[in-house]
Design a protein around this ligand. Structure first.
Ligand code: GLY
Ligand code: MN
Ligand code: MN
Length: 354
């Protein structure tokens, strides 16, 4: 959370759920609450304070990284954690029931009464702090610049894999830890696969070029899709593009605090229905993002989560016509007090490349 407070802001859960302890075992949540970025750790919160358990590989790193009042204990995690809880008689221990492995569950079971917390531990992550918004903005800007730089090297006939490598190289060169997910480059009919993987195929004239890319910068993700025409394309290709763009804009205009996630999806769907393309829109309109590329809420049918100011979400409707090609247009968007701010600076008018 780019935390500047002195304590782990989960104390309210201890009293609200009448707990003696909370164990945070999901690494991204451990990072959010403490700043620790290692690959092995458990966070224990009790009424007497917070303790981060990790292994000797992180003995130096962990105390340097923790940004709030957390005691770092190095050693066998579960053994050390059990020792710390020993003074409590039959403690009620809150845990991340939807994230814990069966093995960890078995390890935790003898320590006390395990109380499932649902999404209470990660829910604060849905709304970003000013520091987090700045970090996401920086990631989004780097991502857009990487596309701009990579497209300067684009030529018709380039292999999809080579364009993906160029994009990833540009991100890294500008300081990203890496890409937020495997960069998607899908050309021609292959663009009809929403999560296509880049192939050794050459990008040919006459079809779409779909690029879905994200950067990870200081732990925070960005996510953008652009679809271009390669040389001359059919009228149908342009028609579909314009319909998706209209749907994307309708969804963005629908965003405001208090709206439910599914209502944003409905706004995009309504437009595509009007163009006779609803059947070809086969995924949700977007998702939250932050320390993870896919976070709650899911902007799709059935998600009744209320949007609130400070959420960062994607808006990414798409139309996928098998054998023909697909269009997706995706921006990273901040929910603001009055509506929304599109963070992605990359233009999205219909563009021909090559
Ligand atoms: N590339 C994954 C997504 O856009 O959600
Ligand atoms: Mn996305
Ligand atoms: Mn994406």
């Amino acid at each position: 959370m780019l935390n500047t407070t002195t304590s782990v802001p989960l104390e309210h859960l201890l009293s609200a759920e009448k707990l003696d302890a909370i164990i945070v075992s999901t690494l991204v949540n451990v990072r959010y609450y403490t700043g620790f970025t290692g690959s092995n750790g458990l966070l224990l919160l009790t009424r007497s304070g917070a303790t981060l358990f990790t292994d000797p590989r992180y003995a130096t790193q962990a105390p340097q990284e923790v940004n709030c009042s957390v005691v770092v204990v190095v050693g066998p995690l579960l053994k050390k954690l059990a020792a710390k809880l020993k003074s409590l008689r039959k403690p009620r221990i809150g845990f991340e029931d939807s994230k814990v492995s069966f093995a960890l569950y078995q390890g935790l079971s003898p320590l006390g009464e395990l109380i499932p917390l649902g999404n209470a531990v990660e829910k604060p992550r849905w709304t970003k702090s000013a520091g987090e918004i700045a970090a996401i903005r920086a990631s989004v800007n780097l991502n857009s610049l990487a596309l701009e730089k990579a497209m300067k090297r684009f030529k018709v006939g380039m292999k999809e894999k080579d364009l993906a490598a160029e994009i990833d190289y540009q991100m890294r060169k500008m300081g990203a830890e890496g890409s937020a997910f495997e960069t998607i480059i899908a050309s021609g009919a292959h663009s009809a696969l929403p999560h296509a993987r880049p192939r050794g195929e050459r990008i040919a004239e006459g079809g779409y070029l779909l690029i879905d890319m994200g950067a990870c910068l200081n732990g925070y993700m960005s996510d953008m899709t652009r679809t271009f025409g390669v040389g001359r394309v059919s009228r149908e290709a342009v028609r579909i593009y314009k319909a998706v763009l209209e749907a994307q804009q309708a969804a963005i205009e629908a965003i405001r605090p208090g709206k439910r996630a599914e209502q944003i999806h409905a706004a995009a769907m309504r437009v595509l229905k009007g163009h006779g393309l609803a059947e070809l829109f086969i995924h949700s309109t977007g998702h939250g993002l932050g320390l993870e590329i896919h976070e709650a809420p899911r902007l799709g049918k059935g998600d009744k989560t209320e949007l609130n100011s400070g959420m960062t979400i994607t808006i990414e409707p798409g139309v996928y016509k098998p054998g023909f090609g697909g269009v997706r247009i995706e921006d990273t968007v901040l929910v603001t007090e009055n509506g929304s701010e599109v963070l992605t600076p990359t233009p999205k008018g219909w563009t021909i490349v090559g």
